[in-house]
Design a protein around this ligand. Structure first.
Ligand code: NOJ
Length: 761
């Protein structure tokens, strides 16, 4: 009976496999035939045109169309455009491509849909703190629905650069410092944007960026040089890009930096050997903004040389720089570039258009009815609220100062309490901050004004040079006319009647993101002055943080009763913050980047090497600082709840693991506090001895569990040999026999541990 069942299943699977495979082959060859036919009709100039991606400028009131681009489209010199959205604006350009060009090749429409399109979700760093992959996938899918309702078919996301230096402003765009979590998040974004079929009407093509290593810019200064050993690259920095490729991402964006001394956009080893030959990527590569041109400043050659190097390295599309347009035809004439090399690049771009279904219907994303039914729908706003809540991280909660009680008198102090502009953060796409819910609005709506009072307390910044720099690039910082002293006095006066002070402080949206590196990542001085003055009132203070990167919070940790990290939480920020502050939702986020104690500790991350002289406080000549601890103030994976979780009874079912075998490690987690709540249980493993030195621990699994108060659950992890592999000195991905430590706990520092041995034949 059992055998029959298996045979039937086997036959069914075989049949299915054959049919499916044949179908794939048929559609593959259909695509090949179509593109081959089309390319036969194309001139060299038209093929080069497909490699060109101009931006059509827009301002915050809507897209502006550039005349020059329009005429280039009509001449067939544009493959896609970006920074244009809304059905009308996109249609106008697609019309030009379809009605005015010889071959009617549709355009691609790209945009930086990073954390939502119209409905804005928390910034990616915040979202990653939810450790909720299906939530992240849902946010990407919702963003895709809104984006393609406005004519877009391509997003420049996900950004998966591992970042261990919070001075770098772009840490806000990624999933933090860890390759394992980063890889899972990368996969979730790609699934969310692209779904299972690129040609469906509800997805958009994703673009993993910035390939590669952009997050490792020296000293955290944006666009700076990167230099890294190959084993570090393979083990720590490359995995999330690889995960996105394995998830089927349609496109890859090059990084601005160099790798092994060669700029990414001219790096054949990176784009051909690794990406295409080893990882089997079959989509197309687009540069970052003017990155081919920038290779001239890198000192990699003149315009023609860098153009040649980029094309030969495997860059198919030139974003904004137009060097391909300017030089490729001539380079072919000069025989520096082969026609076949242009064909290769052009074909990949046409394939992407084919896979998106644009040749069957160039207007498939341009449907005005969808603009009405998809944008900022109730389900998307509800998702934004859920995501905002799950992203928040409770960093400190002395004497259970949080949650607040509705009958307590609370003084809400700070320049962000009534602010809307900053709530949706940087890279907030087509989001309209005016539609975001401010904290004050949410408080007013939910609890009324009888028990809350407000004072601004300080300006977001007083540093004139910094304000000028930020405002030159649309920083939108408007200062209160009163002096800092007057603002502080008013705040103290306002706080007099309060039981608790909630001070909402942090960064403006422009203080993190691209070209927003900071060498000092403490709160701005004027904000700290306010906190110091408030502290003197003797009232308990909750610091409500809004920022796009880990900050140095040593003083705040010592002096504040509560600290809640809200990041830039998006469209529903105010409502989410209200709910968490008042205990209608219990915080469960865990940070995905270490928060340093001070700037001198940077770069800082949990999965470090032991060194030959590991920390020993009793020995002088060990690896440590004279003036600060080695570890982070808040380590990777850290985040509190309003309840308490007790970890106990760590068990392992065997002490030896063989090649094809598995072992199970389990732990009991008990909710011993007063609230039902969610906890993220984390599994770390250390390979004790290796042929290359191995980190002190590495995240290898996590589970998010919900526990009612008083409830205990057993959490199990299965460990198999593939989880223990790493890239060795010869860059072979292998495990090695020997002892492994297992750690399970609530963050990368507070852990229970046991061990096992891996026995390989
Ligand atoms: C530059 C940024 O580095 C990249 O992330 C973005 O996608 C492009 N500009 C396009 O806006």
């Amino acid at each position: 009976m059992k055998i029959q069942f298996t045979i039937r299943n086997f036959l069914f699977l075989l049949f299915y496999f054959l049919v499916f495979k044949t179908e794939c082959q048929v559609s593959q060859s259909k695509m090949d035939l179509f593109i081959e036919g089309l390319m036969k009709k194309m001139t060299l100039e038209e093929k080069i045109g497909q490699l060109n991606l101009p931006s059509i400028g827009f301002d915050i009131t809507g897209p502006l169309l550039s005349k020059d681009v329009e005429s280039k489209i009509q001449k067939g010199l544009v493959g896609g455009v970006f920074n244009t959205y809304t059905v009308n604006a996109v249609k106008k350009l697609q019309d030009l491509a379809i009605t005015k060009t010889r071959l009617k090749i549709p355009l691609l429409f790209g945009f930086d849909v990073i954390h939502g399109h119209r409905t804005i979700f928390p910034i990616p760093l915040g979202l990653s703190c939810s450790w909720n992959l299906s939530l992240i996938e849902k946010t990407a899918n919702a963003a895709a629905l809104e984006a393609n309702a406005e004519g877009l078919c391509w997003t420049f996301s996900p950004m998966v650069d591992i970042s261990r230096d919070p001075r770098w402003g772009r840490v806000s765009e990624g999933a933090g410092e860890d390759p394992f979590l980063g890889s899972m998040v990368a996969n979730a974004y790609v699934q969310g944007y692209q779904g299972s079929q690129l040609d469906s009407n509800s997805t958009i093509m994703a673009c993993v960026k910035h390939f590669a290593l952009y997050g490792a810019a020296e000293s955290g200064r944006d666009y700076n040089t990167v230099d890294m050993s190959l084993v570090k690259m393979y083990n720590d920095y490359l995995p999330p890009y690889k995960a996105a490729i394995e998830a089927g991402v349609g496109t890859v964006m090059t990084a601005f930096n160099e790798i092994n001394g060669i700029p990414a956009s001219g790096n054949k080893w990176l784009l051909m050997d690794l990406l295409r030959n080893q990882w089997k990527f079959n989509g197309f590569v687009v540069t970052d903004y003017t990155a081919i041109n920038e290779m001239v400043a890198h000192g990699y050659g003149n315009e023609k040389t860098v153009c040649t190097k980029a094309l030969k390295a495997g860059v198919e599309m030139d974003m904004v720089g137009e060097l391909y347009l300017k030089h490729l035809a001539q380079l072919v004439k000069e025989k520096k570039i082969k026609h076949s090399e242009i064909n290769r690049a052009c074909k990949l771009i046409l394939e992407a258009k084919y896979k998106l279904g644009l040749f069957s219907d160039p207007y498939k994303f341009i449907r005005s009815e969808k603009e009405k039914t998809e944008i900022r729908t109730a389900d998307k706003l509800a998702l934004s609220l859920e995501a905002a809540i799950e992203s928040m991280v409770l960093l400190k909660n002395k004497n259970q100062i949080l949650p607040l009680k509705k009958d307590q008198k609370i003084a809400f102090i700070g320049p962000f309490v009534k602010d809307k502009r900053n709530l949706i953060g940087n890279w907030s796409g087509a989001g309209d901050f005016k539609l975001a819910i401010s904290v004050w609005e949410a408080l007013e709506q939910n609890i009324g004004l009888q028990n809350i009072v407000y004072a601004k307390g300080c300006n977001v910044l007083e540093d004139e040079k910094l304000i000028k720099k930020l405002n030159e690039h649309d920083g939108q910082i408007i200062l209160e006319k009163h002096s800092p002293e007057a603002l502080i006095l008013e705040a103290i006066e306002t706080s007099k009647s309060a039981d608790v002070i909630v001070a909402m402080l942090g960064e403006t949206f422009g203080m993190s993101g691209e070209a927003a590196s900071r060498s000092d990542i403490r709160l701005p001085e004027n904000q700290i002055n306010l906190l110091k003055a408030l502290k003197k009132t003797g009232k308990p203070i909750v610091l409500l943080l809004m920022n796009g990167r880990p900050l140095c919070l040593e003083w705040e940790d010592e002096h504040m009763e509560g600290i809640l990290e809200t990041w830039f939480a998006g469209s529903q920020a105010g409502e989410a913050i209200y709910k968490v502050l008042y205990g209608e939702a219990i915080p469960s986020g865990k940070i995905t980047m270490s928060f340093p104690r001070n700037i001198g500790q940077i770069p800082i991350y949990y999965n470090v090497k032991n060194t030959g002289r590991p920390l020993d406080l009793n020995q002088k000549y060990t690896s440590k600082y004279l003036d600060v601890e080695n570890d982070a103030l808040y380590p990777f994976g850290y985040g509190l709840s309003y309840t308490e979780f007790k970890y106990k009874n760590l068990q392992i079912d065997k002490k030896q693991l063989h090649l094809k075998d598995s072992l199970i490690v389990s732990i009991e987690v008990e909710n011993t506090g007063p609230f039902d709540a969610t906890e993220t249980v984390q599994l770390y493993i250390q390979d004790k001895i290796g042929s290359i030195t191995r980190p002190v621990k590495e995240l290898k699994g996590f589970k998010k569990i919900y526990l009612k108060k008083g409830e205990t659950k057993q959490v199990k992890f299965t460990i198999r040999e593939p989880m223990l592999r790493f890239y060795n000195e010869s860059l072979k991905f292998k495990s090695e026999s020997g002892e492994f430590q297992i750690f399970i706990g609530k963050n990368s520092r507070d852990l229970e541990n046991t061990y096992f041995h891996l026995i390989l034949p």
